[in-house]
Design a protein around this ligand. Structure first.
Ligand code: 7TS
Length: 410
């Protein structure tokens, strides 16, 4: 890890070719990192290298390429194990993203262990992907979905959470860091409380994993879901971490090749974990590329990444306060670098469109957290989310553009 004081953002930017793009005649300012981050050269090269020199299907062949591809694929599994400090590589299951990881747990664990009258707890600030799979399985099983409320600042009400917990609680599934508010939730406490009632806990780590050191053993998380594409890796790759004893008790999620030991028309036996949950040919090349994203992150160091991003965030809040009618949404004490905001009298969609005309990419809308928007009585926000390659100069470009937009409109 390098020292934060010598972090060379200019050099880091050169590793991301897309940052040289022009959008609508202006140099791209990419502030949509919570949706997906850009990819460094190391990842792009790994993808090319894979297809040029290693491409084959994995786990089934004895020929040289098949072995090379299998080794590269399994190297990433080991890398994820160390990246989130799982106990064993077998606890790492590759999926296509956080959404699929959560669906896997809801379908497999939920279908086997939930029964009528049981309760599942989520929170108001969940992404739809951590709401809908639980609604579906609760409906199927006659289980009840309970929701932890949030305060006006965008923080979970922990006392209310404790009131929701009971002997009926089977599963607690909460977001580690909110994509709409940036709030970092006190997940270690949430997990400890759930375990007092023998409930299992899934953490949605989609937004946390690129910014915070993750240690699933220290957190004592039962399941942890993440997406590679939100942490400089390729799209189409996600991870589900699960404790071995839980994964072993769970039925397969999908049937097909890879996930079996032996198939006959009378009886099929299933493979061991993690393969039991990896039916069919996986996204081999992108899994291989993902390893280089984790190397990129660890080389800089997450504390350095987080510190830089929060410096850009703090600067952005300070500059935005110069804008009349600026209203941040989500001002929790502990945050990742997500700045959701409203400007009085201008629809977020118009903000997004007019910023785009000036080369600035922000996201607008409900950010797949409609119940959260309902809680605040709004339709959506404009959202700037910062990454390691973003700079205060880029914030100036956005703020300057916003000031011009306001002058133009008002
Ligand atoms: N959970 C959280 C907290 C997220 O932010 C997202 C995606 C997901 C789950 C789903 O991840 P996926 O990789 O399976 O799609 N969030 C966003 C966003 O904020 N803007 O676009 C996607």
């Amino acid at each position: 890890m390098i020292q934060a004081s010598v972090l060379d953002i200019k050099e880091i930017r050169t590793q991301f070719p897309i940052l040289q793009e022009e959008v609508n005649g202006k140099r791209l300012v990419y502030f949509d990192n919570a949706a997906t981050t850009q990819k460094p050269n190391a990842v792009l090269k790994a993808l090319e290298e894979y297809y040029h020199h290693k491409n084959a299907n994995i786990h089934r062949g004895i020929h040289t390429l098949a072995e090379k591809a299998t080794t590269a694929f399994e190297e990433t599994r080991k890398r994820v194990k160390s990246f989130i400090n799982a106990t064993e590589a077998e606890e790492i299951i590759f999926t296509k993203g956080t959404t699929e990881s959560i669906n896997l747990v809801a379908s497999s664990y939920g279908r086997k262990f939930l029964k009528a009258g049981d309760e599942v707890i989520i929170s108001t600030m969940e992404h739809h992907s951590n709401i809908v799979p639980w609604q579906m399985i609760c409906e199927e099983k006659g289980a009840i979905l309970k929701v932890i409320p949030v305060n006006d600042n965008g923080e979970l009400l922990l006392e209310e959470y404790e009131n929701l917990l009971s002997e009926k609680t089977r599963i607690v599934s909460v977001v580690y860091a909110s994509n709409s508010l940036g709030t970092i939730n006190p997940v270690k406490t949430i997990i400890k409380k759930a375990h007092e009632y023998s409930a299992v806990v899934l953490l949605d780590g989609a937004q946390a994993t690129a910014h915070l050191d993750i240690d699933v053993q220290d957190l004592d998380a039962d399941f942890y879901a993440l997406s590679a594409h939100k942490m400089y890796g390729p799209t189409g790759v996600g991870v589900l971490y699960g404790k071995r004893d839980l994964l072993e008790k769970m039925p397969p999620y999908q049937g097909g090749g890879e996930m079996i030991k032996d198939v006959s028309f009378e009886k099929t036996t299933y493979n061991d974990i993690p393969y039991k949950f990896e039916a069919g040919t996986p996204n081999i090349a992108d899994v291989v590329g993902f390893k280089y994203a984790m190397d990129f992150v660890d080389e800089i160091g997450k504390p350095n990444i987080h510190a830089h991003e929060m410096a850009v965030y703090d600067y952005a809040v300070e500059k935005m306060e110069e804008i009349p009618g600026f209203q941040p949404v989500g001002i929790a004490l502990k945050k990742v670098s997500v700045l959701s905001f409203l400007i009085d009298g201008i629809h977020p969609f118009d903000i997004g469109q007019m910023l785009d005309a000036r080369g600035v990419a922000v996201r607008t809308g409900h950010h797949c957290t409609q119940p959260l928007m309902d809680r605040y009585g709004i339709e959506g926000t404009a959202r700037a989310s910062f990454s390691i390659y973003n700079t205060k100069d880029e914030v100036d470009v956005m703020v300057d553009a916003l000031k011009r937009i306001i002058n133009f409109i008002k």
